[in-house]
Write a protein that binds this ligand. Structure first.
Ligand code: GRF
Length: 205
C-alpha cells in the first residue's frame, strides 16, 4: 500500500505514521504534501528521504483547483491511501469522493462531540470529565465519518487547554498508527458507512 500524508504544521502524527510503516512490509509512506510552505513536518519527511510537495492553498482562488492539484500529485505518485495528519484544509466533495474509504483523519476530540477547532478549551469549558481523540474515515462533513478508533483520557480539575492537548496528542500518536495498520493489513472493511472489524483487528486496537 502506497500512502500519502497531508500536513499543515509540525506533523507530529505524520512522524508516528512514518515510524510505524518503517517495519511494515505491506505499507510505505511515499509522499508528504503540505498546504503550508512553512510546515515543520516537511523537514522531518525530507530527513527520512520521503518525497515532499508543497501545494500552497493561497495560490488557488478555488478550493476545487487546490483539491485537484493535490489529487493530481497523489495520482502521479500512485498513492493508494491517504492520511490527514494535522491537515487544516477542508476538502471539497469531489475530492472526498475520489478517496472514499481510503482516507483517514485524526481529530483531537471524542467525536461526534466537539467537532471543529479549539476542542480542548471547549471540552474543559463544557465540564465534561473525559477527552480524547478519534481516527475516522473522511467524509464531506467536517470531522464526520465512520469511526475507526478512539482513545480517551480524564480531564483533571487542574487541566488547562495546554496540559490537556499534551495528554491527547500522546494518545493520538499511539492511536493513529494502529488505525492505519488495520487498513494496511486489511483487517477492516466499510460497508454502507458501517465499519466491520476482522477478529484479528482486536490484537491491533
Ligand atoms: C493534532 O491535535 C491533530 O489531532 C490535529 O492537529 C493537531 C496537530 O497535529 N488535527 P500534528 O502535530 O501536526 O500531527
Amino acid at each position: 500500500m502506497k500512502i500519502g500524508i497531508l500536513i499543515s504544521g509540525g506533523g507530529s502524527n505524520m512522524i508516528k505514521l512514518i515510524e510505524s510503516c518503517q517495519n511494515n512490509k505491506n505499507a510505505s509512506i511515499n509522499i508528504v504534501i503540505s498546504n503550508n510552505p512553512d510546515a515543520k513536518g516537511i523537514e522531518f519527511a525530507k530527513s527520512k528521504k520521503i518525497k515532499t510537495k508543497i501545494i500552497n492553498h493561497k495560490e488557488f482562488t478555488e478550493r476545487e483547483d487546490f483539491d485537484n492539484q493535490v489529487n493530481n500529485v497523489l495520482i502521479e505518485n500512485k498513492i493508494d491511501f491517504l492520511c490527514n495528519a494535522g491537515f487544516m484544509r477542508i476538502h471539497g466533495e469531489k475530492f472526498v469522493e475520489k478517496w472514499f474509504n481510503k482516507h483517514l483523519n485524526i481529530h483531537p476530540a471524542l467525536l461526534p462531540s466537539f467537532k471543529g477547532l479549539n476542542t480542548h478549551e471547549r471540552a474543559i469549558k463544557s465540564g465534561v470529565k473525559f477527552a480524547g481523540c478519534t481516527v475516522h474515515l473522511v467524509r464531506s462533513g467536517v470531522d464526520e465519518g465512520p469511526i475507526i478508533g478512539q482513545a480517551v483520557t480524564s480531564i483533571s480539575i487542574d487541566d488547562d487547554k495546554e496540559s490537556l492537548a499534551k495528554k491527547v496528542l500522546k494518545l493520538e500518536h499511539k492511536l493513529y498508527p494502529k488505525c492505519l495498520k488495520l487498513f494496511t493489513e486489511k483487517l477492516v472493511k466499510v460497508k454502507n458507512d458501517k465499519v466491520i472489524f476482522s477478529d484479528k483487528a482486536i490484537k491491533i486496537l
